[in-house]
Design a protein around this ligand. Structure first.
Ligand code: AMP
Length: 410
């Protein structure tokens, strides 16, 4: 047993979350994380570390600065949050704390991203006594101020402009920041936020007295300059975008008119060959409609889309992983969180506008040495996406007429 194996009140222990060691994979168990954090990880159903987590945590958990070249969908958020939370739990503050003085500050370029980070932080701190606060533009300042004044804040998640407002009004002070996280630095640069971020960074202790974690999908000279300026002897971890070895996926493109799509989809999902499937659609409303129609047809399915609360999404994903749910309908953004081995089928109800999304979608199957099948239902408007997809893949795809049995009324 590790020093962190039992929760303070003894109600939950790591034994309740067994994960078998697997070659080539790291488990969260391998890092001796605080039990309160492990309990939250267990609730989220994260069994093995994603590549960025496996590579970055051994450094960041020891206080080392890190640069992550990684996109959304890689699990970078959990990687930096786990670092922040572990550090705080292992180094509790002895003296008095004051309002508006966070121990960690996370800056993100957009409201959506900041909200997502704060949500993840809430989930990961669920079983420990750490407070999360969110300061983002476009929302009521006074209400955010009230929340900030209601309790001591440990983890502050913010967009740069709004954070500067709070700093200028002296409502937030960053001189006690132990960990500074700068997420999506390249987008921050594109959106013109760097002057504000510079000012924010200047409010924190010098780089030798804080831990700095910076993430960016690209490393332009401008980003490298910021890294040079803001970090102290960082390790660099690069994660390739989730490219699949597409040869482990048998790809079908069924040509059909729009009005046949639903019937074909329902027939595919009713077939015994489909052990588990993810159905992708381009828009949230399409996902919602598919869920309704499939449910009416007696095909039980879960929904993963931005309009579903994160907690519900997590639960749906867990049921899917546990094999209690056979079918999930998802949008691309939500579908990026699906890291499940053994999915037999990916079905594209329509083809995505971004060819990268196609590669990403079909990569949900054919994982971990298994083979998978992807079926794309392509009507005339979808066919316009095919040349770009083929260009990205580097080969042409076979187009087929949908097999007759899939067109039958069931
Ligand atoms: P991110 O790249 O931080 O946006 O994370 C993408 C998605 O992956 C989120 O929905 C996370 O909940 C999920 N996730 C992060 N780490 C893991 C993990 N180790 N196992 C399974 N899912 C994960």
């Amino acid at each position: 047993m590790t020093s962190h194996s039992k929760s303070a009140n003894g109600q939950w222990s790591i034994d309740q979350f067994p994960v078998e060691p697997q070659e080539g994979k790291s488990r969260f168990h391998d890092f001796d994380l605080p039990v309160e954090l492990m309990q939250a990880v267990a609730d989220l159903g994260f069994e093995y570390c994603s590549p960025i987590q496996a590579q970055i945590l051994p450094h960041t958990l020891h206080g080392i600065d890190a640069i992550g070249k990684a996109q959304t969908g890689t699990g970078k958020t959990a990687a930096f949050l786990m670092t922040v939370i572990t550090h705080m739990l292992e180094h509790p503050v002895e003296g008095e704390r004051y309002l508006g003085e966070p121990r960690a500050t996370i800056i993100a370029p957009t409201r959506e991203l900041a909200m997502q980070i704060a949500e993840d932080a809430e989930l990961l701190t669920k079983h420990c006594d750490l407070n999360v606060a969110l300061l983002i533009g476009g929302m009521d300042y006074d209400r955010q101020l009230k929340t900030l004044h209601s309790k001591v804040v440990d983890i502050l998640v913010a967009t740069p402009g709004r954070l500067m407002d709070f700093i200028e009004r002296n409502e937030v002070q960053l001189h006690l920041v132990e960990t500074l996280v700068i997420d999506e630095a390249d987008r921050m640069l594109d959106m013109g936020f760097i002057p504000q971020v510079r000012r924010i960074v200047r409010q924190t202790p010098p780089r030798t007295h804080r831990q700095t974690l910076l993430f960016s999908a690209t490393f332009t000279p401008a980003i490298l300059e910021l890294i040079e300026r803001w970090t102290d002897n960082p390790v660099t971890i690069e994660i390739e975008p989730d490219r699949v070895a597409t040869d482990s996926v048998e790809q079908h493109i069924y040509l059909m008119s729009e009005d046949k799509k639903f019937r074909v989809l329902a027939n595919i999902l009713k077939s015994d060959v489909v052990e588990s499937a993810i159905v992708f659609a381009n828009r949230r409303d399409q996902v919602r409609r598919l869920h309704e129609q499939l449910t009416k047809r007696g095909i039980e399915c879960g929904v993963l889309s931005g309009e579903v609360a994160q907690q519900k999404r997590t639960k749906t994903l867990q049921r899917f992983k546990d094999g209690q749910l056979r079918v999930i309908v998802a949008t691309d953004v939500a579908g990026r969180g699906i890291h499940v081995d053994g999915i037999s089928h990916v079905i594209n109800f329509n083809l995505p506008e971004d060819p990268e999304d196609y590669v990403h979608r079909i990569g949900r199957t054919g994982r971990a040495g298994a083979t998978g099948t992807s079926i794309s239902l392509a009507c005339e408007s979808d066919s316009f996406m095919l040349p770009d997809i083929e260009e990205l893949l580097g080969y042409t795809l076979n187009y087929e007429q949908a097999p007759a049995h899939l067109l039958e009324k069931s």
